[in-house]
Design a protein. Structure first.
Ligand code: ATP
Length: 316
């Protein structure tokens, strides 16, 4: 086959707790990650030039080595060119960007995951999902999750995954201000400055928190597919630094709550905010009410849903 089309979904965090500082400089996290049905589309096409060519129309997406999709292709070429050099050649990568950029939705990570999956197929490498996830961890903390998607507890930097019962079909409204972007390193660094004194310092303490999450209300609610209970258990430590710095994001979250969302939370390092709804009709009505009340041309709103598939591939 000479080309594949990958569907690469965004994620939200149903839970994000920062436990402490790791020796490698990252934060130790405990999260519940969830795939949603808002997707980029990525084509990977064989070329014979030996080059990686990247195409994307979105003005905020870099077309350089800074693009995680580019780095994913570099990684695969570096790993497999010796064995598969002749067939590997080069690759043209075209990204149709639908996931908002720098939004806390793992938009870059899912593109990177898609390229790993796509090149595995294009070059017929036969790598298993765990093998792809191991490569993915070198690209970024969220990339391993993006490969398989679904609902998972993520620990470590976010790369250690424990899949749980998949949630499916719960309607959400997602919102983001076009003119607000939050840098993930800034959010974590600011959190460290403000809350670092309260960090859990030892690995045994981290284990205790992870076990508490495993046996706690959110995981039980997910197992029962009880959306009311899930909505009550949403949590994100990064709201403590992002909401005070971006009052419009706080206002957006308040607006969702005031108009009957059963639960609302910022995703990841923000600034996107999601609202869990009882039905698609309620989600459509909520989107309309929030758009009307905030009346801001920079505010983008989507009705979408919680979904289970990770990267999906089809032959071009
Ligand atoms: P995460 O939730 O994984 O922290 P995010 O959703 O907050 O990520 P991204 O959309 O991945 O953020 O964008 C963060 C930065 O990464 C952007 O400012 C952009 O410069 C860069 N970037 C690199 N590759 C991509 C890509 N394929 N798509 C979007 N942004 C990318």
């Amino acid at each position: 086959m000479s080309a594949y089309l990958l569907t690469a979904p965004a994620k939200i965090n149903l839970y994000l707790e920062i436990l402490g500082d790791r020796p490698d400089g990252f934060h130790e996290l405990v999260m519940v990650m969830q795939t949603i049905d808002l997707c980029d589309r990525i084509e990977v096409r064989q070329n014979r030039s030996g080059e990686i060519n990247l195409y994307c129309q979105h003005p905020e997406v870099p077309l350089t080595e800074n693009n995680i999709a580019y780095r994913a292709a570099q990684l695969m070429m570096g790993q497999f060119a010796d064995i598969y050099g002749e067939i590997a050649g080069g690759v043209d990568i075209t990204i149709e960007k639908n996931i908002p950029v720098a939004a806390g939705l793992a938009g870059g990570s899912t593109d990177g995951a898609a390229v790993l999956v796509g090149l595995n197929l294009l070059w017929d490498l036969g790598l298993t999902q765990p093998e792809l996830q191991e490569l993915a961890a070198a690209l970024g903390s969220d990339v391993p999750f993006c490969i398989g998607g679904g609902t998972a507890i993520a620990t470590g930097r976010g790369e250690i995954l424990d899949p749980i019962t998949d949630l499916d079909g719960i309607p959400i409204v997602l919102a983001k201000y076009r003119n607000i972007a939050v840098s993930t390193p800034w959010a974590y660094q600011t959190y460290r400055e403000q809350f670092g004194n309260g960090y859990i310092r030892d690995a045994a303490g981290w284990q205790t928190r992870m076990k508490q999450l495993h046996s706690g209300g959110l995981i039980q609610a997910i197992q029962k597919q009880d959306r009311q209970a899930i909505a009550k258990e949403l949590y994100n430590d990064l709201e403590k630094v992002v909401l005070p710095a971006f009052p419009k994001v706080q206002q957006l979250r308040d607006c969702f709550a005031n108009h009957g969302a059963i639960g609302t939370m910022m995703s990841g390092s923000g600034p996107s905010v999601f609202a869990i709804c009882e039905s698609r009709d309620q989600a459509e009505a909520l989107k309309h009410q929030v758009a009307q009340e905030l009346n801001d041309a920079d505010l983008e709103l989507w009705v979408t849903q919680i979904a289970s598939p990770g990267i999906q591939a089809e032959i071009r």
